[in-house]
Design a binder for this molecule. Structure first.
Ligand code: COA
Length: 245
């Protein structure tokens, strides 16, 4: 299924080349390429904690249960970026449980799982464009909530996600394994209700993006991470009159 097409700039900060791209839903036959791109991006990350790697087997079984992968393909049909979205339903891994969502809303949850852009193609807004395409697709199908995790150390990703209206609702460790004695990685949990109701703000606190202790304290006191400013790296935390999800 074709989701979009256009031009982008390869190697934006060196020898800039204009190139055509297509965005489409990928089939299971291209999952190996997706995993290869993920590995390539991971190997080149300065801070590996920002990307929790999905295995081929987990993604395959999730795709068989309905998860989708939106791929961005360059002029040679090579996958240069992807966005993986899942539909957890009533499964216990639904992050609606992490943010106290009402049980009847769980079937309307879309998980924004991993997004990866090949470094040669960064700066073309692809994280955002794939999110916009995902939203258009799932809203038509009756889904209402986007939920995702973002590492507190991944400023670019946090900015792109918050720009799309997702708000910080929790800060906790995820992807750990009790059996292995692994506590997991620190993650913000962000949520947006696409049929959102207007709430009444009662207080506003400005935090530095990197001040996690302050943010944890604010979240515990019922504040929501509302807006991230790119230049100042300031995060606005807002308390609403009624913060029911
Ligand atoms: C997060 C990510 C998907 C964003 O890619 P993107 O959509 O191309 O980013 P944007 O188009 O919004 O980039 C905006 C600016 O930030 C820069 N930028 C984006 N990601 C960057 C990164 N990881 N490191 C340094 N600069 C980065 C871009 O070059 C661009 O700068 P410019 O305007 O001067 O050209 C990409 O950095 C990435 O694949 N990171 C590794 C995997 C990851 O962290 N995924 C998210 C968690 S699942």
């Amino acid at each position: 299924m074709m989701l979009g097409k256009g031009n982008l700039i390869k190697n934006k900060h060196t020898n800039m080349e204009l190139e055509e791209y297509k965005m489409k839903l990928l089939g299971k036959d291209r999952l190996r390429e997706v995993i290869d791109l993920q590995q390539h991006v991971y190997d080149n990350l300065p801070n590996k904690d920002v990307l929790y790697m999905d295995s081929y087997e987990d993604m395959l079984s999730d795709m068989e249960d309905g998860a989708r992968v939106i791929g961005v393909l360059n002029s040679k049909d090579k996958i240069i970026a992807y966005r993986y979205i899942g539909f957890p339903g009533r499964d216990e891994r639904n992050m609606g449980y992490d943010i106290g969502m009402q049980p009847e809303q769980m079937d309307k949850v879309v998980h924004l799982e991993t997004t990866v852009v090949d470094s040669k193609y960064r700066g073309n807004d692809l994280q955002n464009l794939t999110l916009v395409a995902a939203k258009k697709m799932v809203v038509q199908e009756g889904y209402q909530h986007f939920i995702c995790t973002v590492s507190p150390h991944n400023f670019f990703s946090l900015y792109n996600i918050m720009k799309n209206g997702l708000k910080i609702k929790a800060l906790k460790r995820k992807y750990g394994s009790t059996e292995k004695g692994d506590d997991g990685l620190w993650r913000f949990i962000l949520h947006s209700d696409m049929e959102k109701q207007i709430l009444n703000p009662v207080d506003l606190v400005i935090s530095k993006w990197a001040n996690l202790e302050m943010q944890r304290d604010l979240i515990e006191r019922g504040y929501i991470g509302y807006e991230l400013h790119k230049d100042s790296q300031q995060l606005n935390y807002v308390k609403f009159e009624e913060a029911k999800i």
